[in-house]
Design a protein around this ligand. Structure first.
Ligand SMILES: *[C@@H]1O[C@H](CO)[C@@H](O)[C@H](O)[C@H]1NC(C)=O
Length: 599
């Protein structure tokens, strides 16, 4: 028995040893497995990242090549036309106001071809100077022939028109300055483009914008920086910056922009042209691209950009038609009310030159004061208006609402991209975890309360319940604002606009610069911008003493951004209550009359 027990224990210990051995081997294998799996994962990730990077670079190169092909095609088309028409003189066409251009096209004193090729040639020349084009729409040539054949000459008969990149056009990208959207050509024309074509317009180019559009500079990693035609050190503004630069330099007579925080109005102010953001939904935005799809707090709108107010009115009249109401039934079927626009009744105009949150530059304040005096001289009644709780509206309503998701919808569009250096600072902050944003805000509060509150607003709302509270707060604020307005029995409002143009690269450090304009996206009031004066040497001198309301880094950034601006255009904002586009445009026309008479 003894022996068998020995054998058994021996067997047991042997079995134990074997088990230990197996265990050891298994563990080793497992370790190796884990290690090698880990290694494979890391290698795969690196490889994927690298492939992604190569693909991204390729997409960017393809987009640039496509643009260059387009520019070549433009050059060739112009050359051919000039061979056949050697005495074509372009400046006499491109300097015509839209009202005269349409007249001459309709009565035949200008041929549609001469106008289209004059604009193609001019746009090409302007692009070489400013880098404002991203795409040529080559079917403009066949479209022109089709429009010529139509019996009814629409209000925009054969008028060449430019489109901001985000305006959907069949077969062409709307990239928003992001690689994310490259290589996804639009399946059909956006509703606005369809209606413009029906009214006789000839879309011929698309224009540049800042990466993601959430910046009032105008540069992206794909197509680079667009410059301001009035001064190349300055940005044309954004996000509809390519449009504004092209139109101000007479490379286009009418353009389509989009505005969710001020993207039509900012570049119009910086380049000295007119722009109009209607009440949300009055025009169709169907077919427009955006990196913040689904965000509804600040209401995004399409709108016209041009060199005078008549052009904005013509655009609105042409679009507010059965075709648009039919193609996009979410647009209220309300045609342009000419009676309101053409009325001669003096207006009751509220005005303010400072809102207690972001002090306008000396020239921008003077722009409001000068315009106010001129309007009074023309028989209108001007009443001082105190905008209620601006800081609350900007931070708690606009920014917290725009970044309700903490910015994740926006930042995920940058996953495969090279961040534009002019957006880097904003981007770094947007990408921080909410806790880090809150902590930065907390520590900054005692020193720079304005910036701290702004940072905190970027944390978003948190939960759906909080979001509903937020929506309610916007509603309450709109009520409060309207009540002030009604108390004074105002027709319209005149108020300051950010300007003059900032140096290239500075807007990305001053997101709050949008405060002048984004208020009216939250309120959803129709708002236009137009140039009324230019920066004088006295304004520039006064700027050196500018401390703003807070004398914080933002206020210092303002001086750095706008210095050296003598001679640059400065604008004002004209505002009306929702759905009063015609009244808003009427104020703009009155302002244009009194300020142009001055010049
Ligand atoms: C066409 O319209 C323009 C601009 O209004 C005018 O100057 C010109 O005389 C008109 N020409 C003809 C042929 O009617």
């Amino acid at each position: 028995m003894q022996g068998s027990e020995d054998t058994l224990s021996l067997a047991c210990s042997e079995a134990g040893g074997l088990l230990a051995m197996i265990q050891f081997l298994l563990e080793a294998a497992l370790n190796r497995f884990i290690l090698s799996t880990l290694f494979c994962w890391v290698a795969a990730l690196v490889l994927l990242k690298w492939v992604g990077h190569v693909k991204m670079k390729q997409k960017m190169a393809d987009a640039r090549q496509q643009r260059d092909h387009g520019l070549d095609a433009m050059g060739k088309a112009v050359k051919q036309f000039k061979n056949e028409h050697p005495d074509q003189e372009i400046e006499s066409i491109t300097s015509l106001p839209l009202s005269q251009l349409t007249e001459k096209l309709k009565n035949g004193s200008l041929s549609p071809e001469s106008v289209l090729y004059a604009y193609i040639e001019k746009a090409l020349a302007v692009h070489k100077e400013l880098n404002c084009l991203t795409d040529f729409l080559p079917d403009c040539e066949t479209l022109l022939q089709e429009v010529k054949k139509q019996k009814d000459k629409g209000p925009l008969y054969c008028v060449p028109i430019s489109l901001k990149d985000d305006v959907g056009y069949k077969g062409h990208d709307s990239h928003c300055g992001l690689v994310h959207f490259l290589g996804k050509p639009g399946p059909e024309d956006s509703v606005i483009v369809q209606v413009l074509k029906k009214q006789g317009a000839i879309p011929f180019v698309k224009t540049n914008l800042p990466q993601s559009m959430i910046n009032f500079d105008c540069s992206n990693s794909i197509f680079g920086q667009t410059l301001n035609p009035r001064n190349h050190k300055k940005t044309p503004g954004g996000s509809s910056g390519g449009e504004a630069a092209l139109i101000a330099a007479e490379g286009s007579v009418l353009g389509v922009g989009s505005d969710v925080l001020g993207s039509i109005r900012m570049p119009c102010s910086f380049c000295g042209i007119c722009g109009f953001k209607p009440t949300g939904y009055r025009l169709s935005t169907s077919g427009f691209e955006t990196p913040v799809q689904g965000m509804k707090t600040a209401v995004s709108m399409s709108g016209p950009m041009a060199r005078d107010v008549d052009s904005l009115v013509l655009f609105m009249k042409a679009l507010l038609c059965e075709d648009m109401f039919h193609l996009d039934p979410t647009v209220p079927p309300v045609p342009f009310n000419d009676e309101v626009y053409s009325s001669k009744r003096p207006l009751r105009i509220g005005y303010y030159d400072a809102d207690g949150y972001f002090l306008p530059t000396p020239s921008a304040r003077r722009a409001v004061q000068d315009t106010k005096a001129l309007l009074e001289g023309a028989g209108h009644e001007l009443i001082i208006f105190n905008p209620p709780r601006t800081e609350y509206a900007i931070n708690e309503l606009c920014i917290r609402g725009f970044f309700a998701d903490g910015g994740s919808t926006l930042t995920e569009k940058f996953d495969v991209d090279i961040i534009d250096p002019h957006l880097q600072q904003q981007m770094t902050f947007w990408k921080l975890p909410t806790l880090a944003k809150r902590m930065m805000s907390f520590f900054m509060k005692p020193m720079y309360p304005r910036i701290a509150n702004h940072m905190n607003a970027h944390c978003g709302v948190g939960s759906v319940k909080e979001f509903w509270k937020h929506n309610t707060a916007v509603k309450e604020y709109t009520k409060e604002y309207t009540k002030e307005w009604k108390k004074l029995n105002l027709d319209v409002l005149l108020c300051p606009m950010l300007g003059p143009a900032f140096n290239v690269g500075t807007p990305g450090k001053l997101f709050a610069g949008f405060s002048f304009t984004m208020l009216f996206n939250i309120l959803n009031f129709p708002t236009g911008v137009m140039p009324v004066t230019t920066v004088t040497a006295e304004d520039e001198e006064e700027l050196k003493q500018y401390k703003g309301y807070f004398d914080d880094p933002w206020d210092k950034e303002v001086i750095k951004g706008v210095e050296g601006g003598v001679g640059l255009p400065v604008g004002v904002q004209c505002v009306a209550l929702p759905w009063q586009e015609e009244l808003c445009l009427r104020l703009m026309k009155e302002v244009e009359k009194v300020t142009r008479r001055q010049k």
